[in-house]
Design a protein around this ligand. Structure first.
Ligand code: NAD
Ligand code: ZN
Length: 367
């Protein structure tokens, strides 16, 4: 039986189902909530090769007619050109406003498809079927959708909450191990933000989470609960939701510094290094104990994630250049830097006035 986590957003509340074999039950679960709909399934080539047939059969079984729109894999698909392809595919299939657009894929497909669903016919029903660990614990929940602009990542999009999220934990068995680890960094993040017992549980059980089985489903469900909590408190990120950026200020700077070259650093790896740095930085500012920073580093290293800048292959720009990437990041107001810092494991907080000079000397020491 799948675990259900509810995202409590009043009349837009929805369920996240977590468990194995959910692709085969997708038709049933969707038609129960959205009776009589037809579907457009948007996916990428990798995911289609591994899982599309199972989903198609599952939709058929629930009496849902579907068409498929397949994108190339990778971040480049979060573009206006691909958005247009998705929109055109939905219209060509003559779907109506009450029909459903289904994202079957990782965060790239979820973000692109959600945006398309939000604008075609002024907003259609949207269902997320996340297939990467990152998408199951993070991007499929919370309603942020969008594409990239040549001027930066995720700059164009809409908030659109899905009607349902189906996280089939079995599909993760085909995910490349590096992508699994990267998603794991975002999972550990919830423990570091405000669930110290989750972090301790992961320290003891991470191998079982990687292996699959009930521990994997349990960890994903806990992450979804954590994300759902934050999203219900602060749907449009006017406050608390910013805590989810733990590790992301340093992480985004490292992604930019490596020119978003996935061969060197993927997003979750940047977040892993960023979380380790955020703890180290907090301890340097005498906010947290160095033991907590060491604990984070030890765990990331144990699961095979990078945890320091030296783990990134190739040359990195110097500390000054890294700082300039940080000050270009969106969380900067009137010269003071906003960082997610911590008082210890599970005690993250938003710090709005971190002096750039402190960041610079920290970056020099840890380069
Ligand atoms: P992704 O969608 O590119 O997937 C990673 C790779 O794994 C791709 O090559 C994909 O084809 C492949 N893949 C996915 N599932 C698979 C499976 N089950 N078997 C085999 N291969 C599979 O990347 P991602 O890490 O899932 O997501 C990253 C994106 O998510 C970024 O664009 C980021 O901006 C976005 N994001 C959005 C939010 C949000 O709140 N909307 C939050 C975090 C990240
Ligand atoms: Zn992230």
């Amino acid at each position: 039986q799948p675990v259900t986590v509810e995202v409590g957003l009043g009349d837009r509340a929805y369920d996240i189902l977590i468990g194995s074999g959910l692709l085969s039950r997708a038709g049933e679960e969707i038609s129960r909530r959205l009776p009589g709909t037809r579907a457009a399934v948007v996916t990428d080539e990798n995911v289609a090769a591994a899982h599309l047939d199972t989903l198609k059969a599952g939709l058929d079984k629930g009496g849902i007619q579907s068409t498929v729109i397949t994108m190339p894999p990778g971040e480049k698909s979060k573009s206006f050109a691909h958005l247009e392809e998705v929109v055109d595919g939905v219209l060509a299939a003559r779907l109506e406003r009450g029909d459903v657009v289904v994202a079957l894929g990782g965060g790239v497909i979820g973000d692109l498809t959600g945006f398309a669903a939000g604008i075609v016919r002024r907003g259609m029903n949207f269902v997320q079927i996340p297939t990467s660990l990152l998408a199951q614990v993070d991007s499929s929940v919370g309603g942020k959708t969008g594409i990239n602009s040549p001027r930066g990542k995720n700059l164009v999009g809409v908030f659109l909450q899905p009607k349902l999220v189906l996280a089939d934990t079995e599909v993760l068995d085909t995910l490349p191990i590096r992508e699994f680890r990267a998603g794991y960094a975002e999972l550990a993040k919830y423990g570091l933000i405000d669930r110290p017992e989750l972090f301790a549980w992961l320290e003891a059980n991470w191998q079982k989470v990687f292996a699959g089985g009930p521990e994997r489903a349990r960890a994903i469900a806990e992450a979804c609960r954590a994300k759902a909590d934050v999203v219900t408190r602060d749907e449009f990120e006017t406050g608390d939701r910013a805590l989810l950026n733990l590790g992301h200020t340093f992480g985004h700077a490292l992604e930019a510094a490596t020119r978003y070259d996935g061969a060197r650093l993927v997003h979750g790896e940047g977040v892993a290094i960023g979380m380790a740095l955020a703890h180290r930085f907090s301890s340097r500012l005498n906010l947290a104990s160095p033991d907590d920073a060491a604990r984070v580093e030890t765990h990331l290293r144990a699961v095979g994630l990078p945890w320091r800048m030296a783990d990134i292959p190739g040359e990195l720009p110097d500390a000054e250049a890294l700082l300039s990437f940080i000050t270009q990041d969106k969380k900067v107001s009137r010269g003071a830097l906003t960082f997610i810092l911590t008082r210890g494991i599970g005690q993250a907080f938003i710090a709005k006035d971190v002096p750039a000079s402190e960041v610079l000397s920290f970056l020099r020491e840890n380069h």
